[in-house]
Design a protein around this ligand. Sequence first.
Ligand code: SF4
Length: 283
Amino acid sequence: CDKFCTFCVVPYTRGGEWSRPAEAILAEARSLAARGVREVTLLGQNVNAWSGEGGLGGLARQLARIEGLDRIRYTTSHPRDMDDDLIAAHAELPQLMPYLHLPVQSGSDRILKAMNRGHTAESYLRLVEKIRAARPDIALSGDFIVGFPGERESDFEATLALVREVGYASAFTFKYSRRPGTPAAAQPGQVDEAVKDERLARLNALVEAQQKAFNAAQEGRVLPVLFEKPGRHPGQLSGRSPYLQAVHCDGPAELIGRIAPVRIDAAARMSLSGTLVAEALPA
Ligand code: SF4
């Protein structure tokens, strides 16, 4: 990673950004698809900074042409690298799954500056608007750090306000912890642990409520589920919705590795349960 956020060790431990050639990625994806793989996830720290020809949007379009590859995902993205062409690909390609992990870390511009994030809360919100205009049902997830050095109550409240405005399907929340050798570790204004705990609890309560609401909104819908493995109970299968939710339902093991429609009956915070739609059952 070349971004050097002031709290993060990745640029020091993993080194600079580099991009695998498109041909190597496409060849690997073709070979996986030929072996029955239905979904690929492009992985990278700032995967959307991928600098091959055509950018990540262009790569997604080429992947979408591969026979049998029904689902394409990528993670993790940086807001600064979310370009218009990649956003357009979300509108064009049904294979590009409507789930995007787009970390923002804080809703306070003071803190975002101290973090060296290179974006503001406002620019992030406008970006989310653009992405939702392209793919209205997209589910967003994010990463948040509470208690970054210098974070005041008003900064933390700006984070809560941003979370309320975006409405996340899921989120990963962390208390700031010093990483030796990073600029933030030496910054004055380190926040008291008890304050961090209290802020984390408030943020978690909000994101958990949003996650629950997002899952509850799926009740009654029929979702295509890619079945991955047997469920915990005999006769049960476990798979993923397009929004990356875990889905459980009863069904035959032959469906593992295939996509089938499931009517969602009930939602919990971490998973959905449903009933296989009859026409999905093998004859
Ligand atoms: S938080 Fe992400 S973007 Fe920032 S330096 Fe670490 S890996 Fe790079």
